[in-house]
Ligand binder design. Structure first.
Ligand code: SF4
Length: 321
């Protein structure tokens, strides 16, 4: 497996709420086309649109639905007609989509929707809304695919969350390729070495624990190791990478070049990391310097790691961190 070769667009399928691609499936026959998704992410991913409300036959135009807490249970009912209850239809239809969702490497959901919203969807209790719900289709999706990177379009406007989601998509794709090719302890250890610095930028403690788990895993069944590794791997990546952790990783990588760089290059790199820490330069600057120095002074161990190349450069995701 070449850890640095990014898969073609046709090899990364992403599920998406249809209205975000401009399909006229909303209750009022409108759409919610999202420019960044359509015009930027669309060049890297193949979208699989799905509208759960159309899938259960609601059609357009249609009465809007909302989530309501009825005797402790969340139900999806019409905003005008309380008897118009589509809870069971949405839940059953959501469960029935598992077969094609298994082929996905990520999912982008429409925020606030009683069907598609991933979190903080309004749930009405005696006509008072509380932002505590999950859309009924999204709930089934998350339950059926616990490792799948899932994000809402609204959160993609945040540079850290956007980078995090896209990094998870590429990492998950890489993980699934490893599993499909047949995992061995050796392959798993190599995979972990490749991702170690990326993981450290998200959470140092959990990454060290995962490394120790792998080192002692030879007494366990391989399936058990793979199941626990995949869960923890994706859970660590889901946590936001912090500036402090990035600085730590950058300085660690800088350490491998200690004897290779002259004083001026060492100082330039140290200053770039420092300026990044102070918020005066984006992460891409020390990363580009490190890439440059490691090209001139190759270290096989660093060459295999994904931290310096987590996703295609054209997406420019490190320029805004
Ligand atoms: S159900 Fe989902 S995909 Fe369909 S219109 Fe509503 S938010 Fe968009």
């Amino acid at each position: 497996m070449d850890i640095h070769a990014f898969p073609e667009k046709s090899d990364i399928s992403i599920g998406i709420s249809s209205c975000l691609l401009g399909e006229r499936v909303r209750y009022d026959t409108g759409h919610k086309q999202h420019s960044y998704i359509c015009h930027t992410l669309g060049n890297f991913f193949t979208f699989r649109p799905f509208c759960p409300e159309m899938a259960i036959g609601l059609g357009t135009p249609r009465e809007t639905i909302r989530l309501v807490n009825i005797e402790g249970e969340t139900r999806a009912v019409g905003t005008k007609t309380a008897e118009h209850d589509v809870t069971q239809a949405l839940r059953e239809n959501g469960e029935a989509q598992a077969h094609w969702q298994r082929e996905l490497y990520g999912y982008i959901l429409k925020k606030d929707s009683p069907s598609c919203g991933m979190e903080r969807v309004k749930v009405y209790k005696k006509n008072t809304p509380e932002k505590v719900g999950v859309g009924l289709y999204a709930e089934a999706l998350l339950k059926n695919n616990p490792l799948l990177p899932v994000e809402e379009e609204g959160r993609l406007g945040d540079a850290v969350l956007r980078e995090n989601f896209i990094k998870r998509v590429y990492s998950y794709r890489s993980w699934r390729s490893l599993v499909d090719s047949g995992v061995s302890m050796k392959k798993l250890t190599d995979f972990h070495s490749a991702y170690k610095y990326s993981l450290l930028s998200h959470n140092q403690n959990e990454t060290r624990k995962l490394g120790s788990f792998l080192a002692e895993a030879h007494t366990l069944k391989l399936e058990e190791v793979v199941a626990r590794y995949s869960e923890t791997f994706m859970a660590i990546l889901k946590r936001k990478a912090s500036k402090r952790n990035h600085v730590n990783v950058l300085q660690h990588l800088q350490g491998f070049l200690k004897t290779d760089l002259d004083k001026a290059d060492r100082q330039e790199l140290g200053e770039a990391i420092s300026e990044y820490r102070l918020g005066r330069l984006p992460l891409i600057v020390p990363i580009v310097l490190l890439r440059h120095h490691f090209r001139r002074h190759p270290k096989p161990f660093v060459d295999r790691c994904t931290y310096l190349n987590p996703h295609p450069g054209e997406l420019m995701l490190l320029n805004t961190l």
